[in-house]
Design a protein around this ligand. Structure first.
Ligand code: IMP
Length: 178
């Protein structure tokens, strides 16, 4: 996509996000309650941190939190390659891991990160994504928790950016080229 980008229209409003985040947290709490293990919540920076923090506030579990930063993206199109810019710092061996993503598009980042985290020998690894954009998929990726499935549009807000802009918006917007 050439040129710049601006907000087109709201796709998912803030109250709907709030309701869905609480529902997902309820599902996750039910699934992991009684596991007897800590839940390591691993957040993919920067986009997923708004979602992850809101989600964690609703979890009634013994959680740990760490971050990693990876990307397969430049501007509005995927480069097809994943780069790990910074890794987790806490040990996750023997714990249940929940990888938290903002959006799964091609699936390259999430599938690469799931393999990467599995190499640390956790007891289990699951993926929670706020948004699923199935039209962009290039590699299959199993998602355990999905907030919303969206059409093939570039979206902004609630953590999602275009060149670091728009992350702070409380809702998710479809974008258009200008
Ligand atoms: P994937 O590896 O192609 O699945 O892309 C994952 C990453 O691409 C996400 O974590 C986002 O940072 C970015 N991305 C994909 N689609 C969008 C979008 O519509 N808006 C903003 N960022 C996106």
């Amino acid at each position: 996509m050439a040129g710049s980008i601006e907000l087109d229209r709201p796709l998912i409003d803030a109250p709907a996000i709030g309701v869905r985040v609480a529902e997902l947290a309820g599902e996750i709490t039910r699934d992991f309650a009684g596991s007897g293990r800590a839940l390591s919540v691993i957040v993919v920076l920067k986009g997923a941190c708004f979602f992850a923090i809101d989600l964690m506030r609703h979890l009634d579990l013994d959680t740990r939190l760490d971050f990693l930063q990876a990307s397969s993206y430049r501007g509005t199109s995927s480069t097809g390659e994943v780069r790990l810019h910074s890794d987790i710092h806490m040990p996750i061996a023997g714990t249940d891991v929940l990888l938290v993503e903002d959006i799964v598009d091609t699936g390259l980042t999430a599938s690469w990160l799931l393999r990467h985290l599995a190499s640390h020998e956790p007891a289990s690894v699951k993926l929670c994504t706020l948004l699923d954009k199935p039209a962009g998929r290039r590699v299959p990726v199993h998602m355990d928790y999905i907030g919303f499935t969206i059409p093939d549009e570039f979206v902004l807000g609630y953590g999602l950016d275009y060149e670091e802009r728009f992350r702070h918006l409380p809702a998710v917007y479809a974008a258009r080229e200008v």
